[in-house]
Design a protein around this ligand. Structure first.
Ligand SMILES: *Cc1c(COP(=O)(O)O)cnc(C)c1O
Length: 407
């Protein structure tokens, strides 16, 4: 092993490229990928000590891996937390968090405009195990306060939200949670640590889908939770050990390399998104554009303060009217007229991805849940990539320019 020792005080952009596990005896420059499910132990005594947690050392793939460890250390440094733990996907990170921190009779408060599967997991699946939940307006602090109960253990927010890009005040929610003796968790998928560090604003847990911008090129599934060493070691790790939401080493390696370009990608894609949002606002076929970087976004000032002055790479546009059927036809028309932009529900890629949330990511919600989340039939989400802005707009315009031809 060749120790990878870095001086104190390096900037997050530097750590994103340089912080890693130790090099092997070969001195490889790119981080090694350790594809192994088990580890040979030096002695029976050492194995016993390692399994008992009395000595450092890898024992079994579900419990840890050097490549995954490198990813966790790098992400934690970028999020300004003491530690991080990788998981198989973003959803398994949320499941692991809930299993680790909640029991039957406990209560969790979430934004009602969170990611569709998050609402499903917490509102339906966990409810079967006796975990109570309340879903409140993302932006209404009084609603969060009003939802608190003596048994509230966790507040869980996502900012900006998917797909409407609503922004909540992380510092204010952290204060609210801590006054109530609860923890605050923030889903930081959309902003990423390149734009926003929730822990620096008081959040106790930062949750990631590594599938999105951390990978950044749409290759693998991954997830993570970042927080204090105590949370990671004493709460999360035991659940991963028994629950098996383990991050695969290959996926960890891909995302680890993705982190190296996160900052530059987020800056370039945010600039593209702002340009596209401004130009879509001018289009007669577009009723409204939702993007935190626009001056008319309801939380514009808060977003810029909280997100390093950038709006992120996701925007949504409303092409519908009062009639849901007609709205859906108009949205589908725009999607079906695209010639090369990707019709894909994913986000966080260098390729621009366009989706209809009401029938895909939010399709499993009830109509009432969808309405509460503001996901209308005429809403289109664009996760803006790295292509030239003029080209992206031109491909969207094929449908937008011909909306009048529809009934
Ligand atoms: C995609 C996503 C998730 C879930 O992540 P997976 O890796 O798909 O499991 C959670 N939150 C947000 C905001 C997301 O966009």
């Amino acid at each position: 092993m060749i120790p990878n020792s870095l001086p104190e005080g390096l900037h997050p952009e530097t750590l994103a490229v340089r912080l890693a596990a130790d090099r092997s005896q070969h001195g490889e420059n790119s981080e090694a990928l350790y594809l192994t499910s088990g580890y040979v132990q030096p002695s029976a005594e050492a194995a016993a000590r390692r399994f008992a947690g009395e000595e450092e050392g890898f024992t079994y793939g579900r419990y840890g891996n050097p490549t995954v460890d490198g990813f966790e250390r790098r992400l934690a440094a970028m999020e300004s937390t003491e530690a991080a733990i990788g998981t198989a996907s973003g959803m398994s990170a949320i499941l692991m968090m809930c299993l680790a921190l909640l029991k039957a009779g406990d209560h969790i408060v979430c934004s009602r405009s969170m990611f569709g599967s998050t609402i499903k997991l917490i509102g339906s699946d966990l409810a079967r195990f006796g975990v109570e939940s309340s879903f409140v307006s993302q932006t209404d602090l009084a609603a969060w306060r009003g939802a608190l109960r003596p048994n509230t253990r966790l507040l869980f927010a996502e900012t900006p939200t998917n797909p409407l890009t609503e922004v909540c005040d992380i510092a204010a929610l952290a204060a609210l949670a801590h006054d109530a003796g609860a923890l605050l968790a923030v889903d930081n998928c959309f902003a990423t640590p390149a734009l926003q560090q929730p822990a620096a604003m008081g959040a106790d847990i930062v949750m990631h889908s590594g599938t999105k911008y951390l990978d950044g090129q749409g290759r693998v599934m991954a997830g993570a939770l970042c927080g204090s060493q105590a949370l990671v070691t004493d709460k999360f790790l035991p659940v991963v050990k028994s629950g098996g939401m383990t991050l695969a080493p290959f996926n960890a390696w891909v995302v680890l390399k993705g982190l190296e370009t996160l900052d530059i990608r987020m800056r370039a894609q945010s600039a593209n998104a702002l340009g596209l949002a401004q130009r879509l606002q001018q289009h007669p076929g577009v009723a409204r554009v939702f993007y935190p970087g626009l001056a008319d976004h309801p939380q514009h000032a808060l977003a810029l303060r909280q997100q390093s002055g950038l709006g992120g790479a996701v925007l949504s546009l409303e092409v519908g009217s009062a009639d849901p059927e007609r709205s859906r036809r108009r949205a589908f028309h725009v999607l079906d007229c695209m010639r090369w932009l990707s019709l894909s529900t994913n986000l966080g890629d260098t390729k621009t991805l366009v989706a209809h949330p009401a029938s895909t990511s939010h399709g499993r919600l009830t109509e009432a849940q969808r309405q509460a989340a503001g996901v209308t039939q005429g809403l289109i989400r664009v996760a803006v990539g790295l292509e030239h802005l003029d080209d992206i707009l031109a491909d969207l315009a094929h449908g937008l320019d011909t909306l009048d031809t529809l009934a």
